[in-house]
Design a protein around this ligand. Structure first.
Ligand SMILES: NC(=O)C1=CN([C@@H]2O[C@H](COP(=O)(O)OP(=O)(O)OC[C@H]3O[C@@H](n4cnc5c(N)ncnc54)[C@H](O)[C@@H]3O)[C@@H](O)[C@H]2O)C=CC1
Ligand SMILES: O=C1O[C@H](COP(=O)(O)O)[C@@H](O)[C@H](O)[C@H]1O
Length: 257
């Protein structure tokens, strides 16, 4: 990818993981919602993804998009996800097509499929010996309105691929935490995404050739109930981390590299 890559939501946690890992690998165009505290080392602008003008300005001259901006709260109310997540994402796709962007990587979420975690399946499905897997071919099954907004983003991507040929990769991100997996939280350990695996899967999504994809963005956790086979096969994802290698905050086993 020689053209600049637009990263929305650049000031957030996922944006930080991506920039820490891939800072020097791309020419970045960063989009912040409010002015950053420190002057970034990359081109940037401040804007709102629900503003057509801001989005058009952000998209100018870019070849690919990683769209992270939105309300990330599982408990977010409808008004907020409608504006920030659904309307904002539609405006981003529309502008990407207008600009002739090649690839669009969308930050979807585990919450797009949260209702698969039924009382009958949990907590066993979060444990290493359980064989239950979601692989990205299942229909969305959100457990909250935030999840509905992420499933809607995936469907918008389907439309913009089918009607306009925009390559779209939806990454259903698990639970990103810095340094070590969540402590005393089996679900979080099952879907942990380390910072370096987060940067790597987004790098893969910028480099690989695909049409329309839905993959799970988690580390190679023993506890996983999301398959990472599709991400490996289509994107060449090769995660280095596993929540089982940690005892609380401490790493107790080395990655199998
Ligand atoms: N952190 C995680 O574990 C997961 C995150 N995600 C998704 O990844 C994306 C990034 O999440 P985080 O970095 O954790 O959240 P965050 O809250 O740290 O970052 C989101 C960024 O988007 C910006 N933003 C919000 N509304 C905006 C708007 N209307 N226009 C422009 N910018 C706007 C915020 O100012 C913020 O900097 C979100 O879409 C979230 O739903 C999905 C699954 C898990
Ligand atoms: O989509 C998201 O998922 C993660 C994990 O969900 P949780 O309910 O187990 O915390 C969440 O932390 C993050 O805020 C959200 O954007």
């Amino acid at each position: 990818m020689d053209d600049p890559v637009l990263l929305t939501g650049a000031g957030g946690a996922v944006g930080a993981a991506i920039l820490e890992g891939l800072e020097d690998d791309y020419e970045w165009q960063l989009m912040f919602h409010s002015p950053p505290a420190e002057e970034p080392d990359h081109e940037y602008l401040v804007g709102d993804v629900s503003s057509e003008g801001d989005v058009a300005a952000a998209m100018d001259g870019v070849g690919a998009v990683i769209h992270l901006a939105g309300d990330p709260r599982p408990e977010a109310p409808w008004d907020s996800v409608l504006e920030n997540n659904i309307d904002g994402t539609q405006k981003m796709f529309e502008a990407a097509v207008d600009e002739g962007v090649e690839k669009f990587v969308f930050a979807s979420s585990n919450h797009a499929v949260g209702s698969f975690e039924t009382d009958e399946r949990t907590p066993e499905m979060y444990r290493p010996d359980d064989q239950y897997r979601l692989d990205g071919t299942e229909l969305p099954r959100p457990g909250n309105l935030y999840g509905v907004s992420k499933a809607t983003g995936e469907v918008l991507g389907r439309y913009y691929y089918d009607q306009y040929g925009l390559s779209v990769c939806n990454i259903r991100i698990g639970n990103l935490t810095r340094g070590h997996p969540p402590i005393d939280y089996e679900r979080g350990q099952a879907m942990w995404l380390s910072y370096r695996d987060c940067a790597h899967i987004h790098d893969c999504a910028l480099q690989a050739d695909y049409e329309y994809e839905i993959v799970y963005g988690i580390s190679d956790n023993d506890r996983k109930y999301y398959s990472i086979e599709r991400a490996k096969e289509v994107l060449g994802y090769d995660p280095q981390d596993n929540s089982a290698h940690f005892d609380g905050e401490e790493r107790v086993a080395e990655p199998d590299i």
